[in-house]
Ligand binder design. Structure first.
Ligand code: FAD
Length: 106
């Protein structure tokens, strides 16, 4: 249904934007807040099949919250996992900062 798509697009925007503004050197408190957020997000995400698969992914690939770069790459991998499941093209994670933080140059 279309609302799963609208929800997904806006949710990825929120998640990637949060990673883009996450510190390069987060404090212990910031790391534990981010870890709690993604865990709760994966439980409360209002598309239950999506939430289940996302939680399973987090079981295989633990969230990496040690720095902005780590978090961005972890999220990019999580998003690519869903892209593969939906037969969407994979995103080149080396372009993550350009897409979500600094902006495209053109
Ligand atoms: P989106 O996938 O929403 O992507 C938006 C934009 O992000 C793209 O245009 C691109 O610029 C950029 N982007 C794409 N890939 C990456 C990446 N790897 N890293 C960084 N940026 C990227 N839908 C389902 O039907 N079934 C599911 O099980 C499902 N699970 C989901 C789980 C989660 C946690 C979330 C947040 C969404 C899930 N969705 C699921 C929704 C799905 O991922 C898409 O959001 C939705 O299909 C709309 O796709 P879209 O083509 O607009 O682009």
């Amino acid at each position: 249904p279309p609302d799963v798509e609208v929800l997904g697009r806006s949710s990825w925007t929120l998640l990637h934007a949060m990673a883009a503004s996450y510190p390069e050197r987060p404090s212990r408190g910031q790391q534990s807040d981010m870890l709690s957020f993604v865990k709760l997000f994966s439980k409360l995400y209002p598309c239950w099949v999506c939430a289940e698969d996302f939680q399973a992914y987090m079981g295989r690939e633990a969230p990496r919250v040690g720095s902005r770069g780590e978090l961005g790459m972890w999220l990019c991998g999580a998003h690519n996992e869903v892209n593969r499941k939906l037969s969407k093209p994979e995103f080149d994670c080396s372009k993550w900062e350009e897409r979500w933080r600094t902006g495209w140059k053109d």
